[in-house]
Design a protein around this ligand. Structure first.
Ligand SMILES: Cc1cc2nc3c(=O)[nH]c(=O)nc-3n(C[C@H](O)[C@H](O)[C@H](O)COP(=O)(O)OP(=O)(O)OC[C@H]3O[C@@H](n4cnc5c(N)ncnc54)[C@H](O)[C@@H]3O)c2cc1C
Length: 387
C-alpha cells in the first residue's frame, strides 16, 4: 500500500478543511454538542450545508445523491470531520448503517425515498437493536413483529437507543418468527418515530448527559413496505453490511486532536512532567498513528471489495481503548484539575477533559463490547475455537 495521498486526494482534503474553517463558526450554538464543547454534535443545519455540496455520503451512487467516490475519499473526509469536531451526528447512522443496507437489500422504492432524503441532509435515524435482555447476545431479542394484513404490528422494548429523542426514523430489529432458531427469525424495519404507539423515555448517562433512551412499542403499526430485505433474514443482512462499513477512522482522528491538546497542556505545566508521563504521551501518539494507518488499510480493503470482518473488530477494540487511555493521560497531566466540569473556572479544555474521561467509559461498550470484539478476533481472525 502507498501511504501517500494522491494529488487529487490531498486537494480534496484541503477543500474539506477550508470548508470546515469557513462553516463551523456559523453552526448554531445549540448544535455544537454537549455543553457547546463539540462532542457528538447533532446539527440538521450542518447536515444541510454538507448536502448542498453532495458531501453526505461520498461513495454512494450518483443516482441516490452520492458522488460515487472511493472509500479512501470517505475516510479522508471522516478524518477531517472528526478532527475538527464538526457536528455530524445527525446523519451519521443514515450514512454508515441504513444506506449501505438499503443499497444491498432495499426495494427500489425504499432506495429512492430514503437514500434521497439522507443525502439531502434529512431522514435522521436511531438504531433500535439492544433490549434489556439482549445486548451482547443480540439475537435473543424479544420485540415482536406480527403480520396483520398489509401491516406489521410491533410490541416490545428497546434500551440504550442513542438519539431516539431526536431521530425521525428508527432502524428496528424485531422477531418475526419466534419458532425459528434465534438468528433466523429476525427482520429489519424502518419505523417512523412520530407514529402512534412509540414512546421514548430519556436515560441519563454517568456524565449527566442525555444521549440514549428507552423506547417502547405498543401495538405500533408499520406498513409492509417498511420491511427491509427478506423476511426473517435481518440478522444476516445487518451483520455482513456493518462489517463492511466500519473503519473507525473518525475515532482515531478525534483521539489525535484530544491528544494534541493534552500535549499542549503538558508543555504549559509549571514543572517538567515526570518521565513516566512523557513516555505515556509518546506511546499514545505512536498508537494513534498506528491506528490511523490501520483504518486507512481497511478503507483500502473496502475499495477492493474485501470484507474487513476481524479488522473491523480489531479497530473497534483498539480505538475505543485508546480513547480511554488518552482521556486517562489527560487526567494524569492535569491532576485534580482534570475533574473540573464544564462551566467551572480553571477547568482544563473548558471541561472537555472531564466530559471525555467519563464519556470514554462507554466507548468499550457501545457498538459491541471489547470482550465480544475480542471473541470475534479470536474465532474469525486467529481461528481459535469458541469458548
Ligand atoms: C454509549 C452507548 C450507546 C449505545 N447506543 C445504542 C443504540 O443506539 N442502539 C442500540 O441498540 N444499542 C445501543 N447501545 C447498547 C450496546 O450495544 C450494548 O450496551 C452492548 O451491546 C452490550 O450489551 P449489554 O449492555 O446488554 O451488556 P451485556 O451483553 O449484558 O454484557 C455485560 C458484560 O458481559 C460481557 N459479556 C457478555 N457476553 C459475553 C461473552 N459471550 N463473552 C465474553 N464476555 C461477554 C460483556 O462484554 C459485558 O462486559 C449503546 C450502548 C452505549 C454504552
Amino acid at each position: 500500500m502507498d501511504f501517500r495521498l494522491t494529488p487529487q486526494q490531498a486537494a480534496f482534503r484541503d477543500e474539506v478543511r477550508a470548508f470546515l474553517r469557513e462553516t463551523l463558526p456559523h453552526v448554531p450554538e445549540d448544535d455544537l454538542g454537549e455543553e457547546g464543547l463539540g462532542i457528538g454534535g447533532w446539527s440538521p443545519w450542518f447536515s444541510k450545508r454538507l448536502a448542498e455540496r453532495g458531501w453526505i455520503a461520498l461513495p454512494w451512487p450518483k443516482e441516490y445523491g452520492g458522488l460515487g467516490l472511493a472509500h479512501i475519499e470517505q475516510a479522508i473526509f471522516n478524518e477531517e470531520i472528526a478532527y475538527h469536531r464538526a457536528p455530524a451526528a445527525a446523519h451519521r447512522r443514515g450514512v454508515f448503517y441504513v444506506g449501505p443496507i438499503l443499497i444491498r437489500y432495499g426495494t427500489e422504492e425504499q432506495r429512492r425515498v430514503f437514500l434521497r432524503q439522507i443525502t439531502a441532509g434529512g431522514a435522521f435515524f436511531c438504531q433500535g437493536f439492544s433490549e434489556p435482555g439482549a445486548g451482547s447476545d443480540l439475537a435473543s431479542l424479544q420485540t415482536r413483529a406480527v403480520q396483520d394484513g398489509d401491516d406489521f404490528v410491533i410490541n416490545g422494548q428497546k434500551i440504550w437507543t442513542s438519539d431516539a429523542h431526536r431521530a425521525d426514523f428508527c432502524w428496528l430489529a424485531a422477531r418475526t418468527d419466534p419458532d425459528a432458531p434465534k438468528h433466523r427469525g429476525i427482520s429489519n424495519f424502518i419505523v417512523d418515530m412520530h407514529s402512534a404507539g412509540v414512546t421514548v423515555q430519556p436515560l441519563t448517562n454517568m456524565a449527566d448527559g442525555h444521549f440514549f433512551n428507552q423506547v417502547f412499542f405498543d401495538n405500533l403499526r408499520v406498513p409492509r413496505e417498511n420491511l427491509v430485505g427478506e423476511l426473517h433474514r435481518g440478522w444476516y443482512q445487518t451483520a455482513t453490511t456493518l462489517d463492511f462499513e466500519r473503519s473507525s477512522i473518525a475515532s482515531f482522528a478525534g483521539v489525535r486532536r484530544t491528544l494534541e491538546e493534552i500535549i499542549e497542556l503538558a508543555r504549559a505545566l509549571p514543572t517538567r512532567p515526570p518521565v513516566s508521563v512523557r513516555h505515556m504521551l509518546i506511546d499514545l501518539r505512536t498508537a494513534t498513528e498506528t491506528g490511523t494507518v490501520m483504518a486507512y488499510a481497511v478503507a483500502s480493503m473496502q475499495d477492493r471489495g474485501l470484507m474487513p470482518s476481524k479488522e473491523a473488530s480489531l479497530l473497534k477494540v483498539f480505538s475505543s481503548e485508546l480513547q480511554q487511555r488518552v482521556a486517562g493521560a489527560g487526567m494524569k497531566v492535569c491532576g485534580m484539575h482534570g475533574q473540573l466540569a464544564p462551566g467551572t473556572p480553571h477547568a482544563p479544555l473548558m471541561g472537555r477533559l472531564e466530559r471525555m474521561y467519563l464519556g470514554a467509559v462507554a466507548a468499550t461498550i457501545g457498538g459491541g463490547t471489547s470482550e465480544i470484539q475480542r471473541n470475534v478476533i479470536a474465532t474469525r481472525g486467529l481461528g481459535l475455537p469458541r469458548n
